[in-house]
Design a protein around this ligand. Structure first.
Ligand code: SF4
Length: 482
């Protein structure tokens, strides 16, 4: 068995400690939902890339010897090869697409990003190094990434889903470094304990490390870590370098940004603040008040006609309607049929929101952009949808400008604001607890292999989550108008 792979070498390049932990302490891996989502979408992208090259040989096995033998066989016949295997100096690589041309093969690495990233060059350099050493030097190296302008026509044709970028020159320049990476990565693997590497910018670049929580445990003596400073990564690094871990120990004269000063003051005093301007603006809002929230899903490979890669497609809304006499009604929509949900989403929304009354949202940019896209897609509903947008009142800037509670720890997201106002409505008690988990649940619900019982369970959890988002706004407004 090979001791290294391309992925392991890339882990080494991000952080040698990450490589060591991935081999020796896999029990410490902590994968967040967004990472799982990225992997799942990446797999679908790989499937489509192969589908776009009919007639190739897919080396569909994880057994090393079998993969190597099947690859050698396909090479002899000069066929296109997907997941071709090469083993050199104890390093096993799997090449996404090897496409034959007159002189040999060109290598195409498939990525689910919408642009070429710096780390793609390292990735392709490792592949090229291993192929070259195995006597199969590619005569061109390219990366196929997602063309986000591609519009799916609903006909199973994904030929234009990818854009290719030629990396041959960049890879040529990087190639001499690969030998050293392999050598150093092997030295790390030979260590009996993890290398002593302090957390830093590498923990989140190019991806959030799976060992982040292990290497960055909440420090007991730092209840308000300097990292909570909003938009303050540089400042936090500066303060940490001066020996400050907890914001409460930082002298106020070291802070200039008004947002940092606000967070610092509240953390030191332990006192929350609500400025009268928030109450004034809330009390001026007319009735009925519609509290609105959307959930959306995005696919790297679009599945519905007229949609683009990574387009945010709304599939669920929740709305609490508060009348002047204090009565509150709730309306909601969730389509789990697996069909394009947009038209029914738009129709039910227009019907529930009527023509008058303020529409209260949290971060208007997101809901506003979805309404605009729906208006473009459905011209007959366009005026109604755009009129809803005109009625928006955004709670987020109100919170940012006039409210802060020390427990928000530098974040004004509704998930952090709500527990400071209505602690009984904590999101951590929900199975679907944020937008990414809601997306995952939606994809699972749409999957035909999901059991009826599981679908029904997820449907209820998704409804509960979206309803809580709009109920949270009702509670925030109620608290601030007093
Ligand atoms: S969390 Fe940071 S320091 Fe720890 S292994 Fe990952 S990249 Fe390295």
């Amino acid at each position: 068995m090979a001791s290294l792979s391309k992925s392991k070498i890339l882990l080494y390049l991000q952080c040698p400690k990450r490589l060591w932990l991935s081999i020796n302490r896999p029990d410490l891996v902590d994968i967040i939902p967004a990472t799982k989502e990225r992997f799942a979408e990446g797999n679908k992208v790989g499937d489509i890339a192969r589908y776009n090259h009919p007639g190739g040989v897919f080396i569909d096995t994880r057994i090393e010897a079998e993969a190597l033998s099947l690859t050698a066989n396909a090479r002899e016949r000069h066929l296109a090869i997907f997941e071709a295997a090469f083993l050199v100096e104890d390093v096993l690589i799997r090449a996404d697409l090897l496409l034959p041309n007159r002189e040999g093969y060109r290598l195409v690495e498939v990525k689910s990003s919408t642009e070429v990233k710096q780390y793609h060059i390292d990735d392709a350099a490792v592949q090229t190094w291993a192929m070259t050493k195995s006597g199969c030097e590619p005569n061109q190296v390219a990366v196929a990434y997602i063309n986000n302008q591609f519009v799916y026509q609903g006909d199973g044709n994904y030929f234009d889903l990818f854009t290719e970028g030629d990396l041959s020159n960049e890879v040529k320049e990087r190639l001499p470094d690969v030998e050293g990476w392999v050598h150093d990565a092997k030295k790390i693997l030979a260590l009996s304990s993890a290398p002593n590497i302090a957390p830093g910018t590498q923990c989140k670049e190019p991806f959030l490390c799976d060992f982040y929580n292990y290497c960055n445990p909440p420090e007991e003596e730092a209840l308000y870590p300097v990292d909570i400073l909003p938009y303050g990564r540089k400042k936090a690094d500066e303060l940490r370098a001066k020996g400050y871990k907890d914001l409460r120990n930082v002298p106020s004269e070291l802070l200039e940004d008004p947002r940092h000063i606000k967070v610092h003051t509240a953390s030191v005093s332990g006192v929350s603040s609500l400025e009268p301007e928030a109450t004034r603006q809330i009390n001026e809002l007319p009735y009925p008040r519609y509290y609105l929230d959307f959930e959306t899903v995005a696919f790297a490979v679009p599945i519905w006609k007229g949609t683009r890669p990574y387009m945010q497609i709304p599939f669920q809304w929740s709305c609490h309607i508060e009348n002047q006499d204090g009565t509150i009604a709730h309306h909601e929509f969730l389509d789990i049929s697996g069909n394009d949900p947009r038209l029914e989403f738009a129709e039910t929304l227009v019907s529930a929101l009527g023509n008058g009354g303020v529409v209260i949202v949290y971060s208007a940019g997101f809901e506003g952009a979805r309404l605009k896209e729906l208006a473009e897609e459905f011209p007959l509903l366009s005026n109604y949808l755009l009129a809803i947008k005109e009625r928006f009142f955004d709670l987020l800037p109100l919170a940012r400008n006039y409210y802060y509670h020390p427990d928000m720890k530098g974040s004004w997201s509704i998930k952090h604001v709500l527990p400071t106002i209505a602690p009984e409505l904590n999101y951590s008690k929900l199975e679907v607890s944020d937008g990414t988990v809601a997306q995952e649940a939606y994809k699972e619900v749409m999957n035909l292999t999901t059991s009826i019982e599981r679908r029904e369970h997820l449907r209820k959890e998704m409804l509960k989550y979206c309803k809580q988002d709009t109920w949270a706004m009702v509670k925030i407004v109620e608290a601030w108008r007093k």
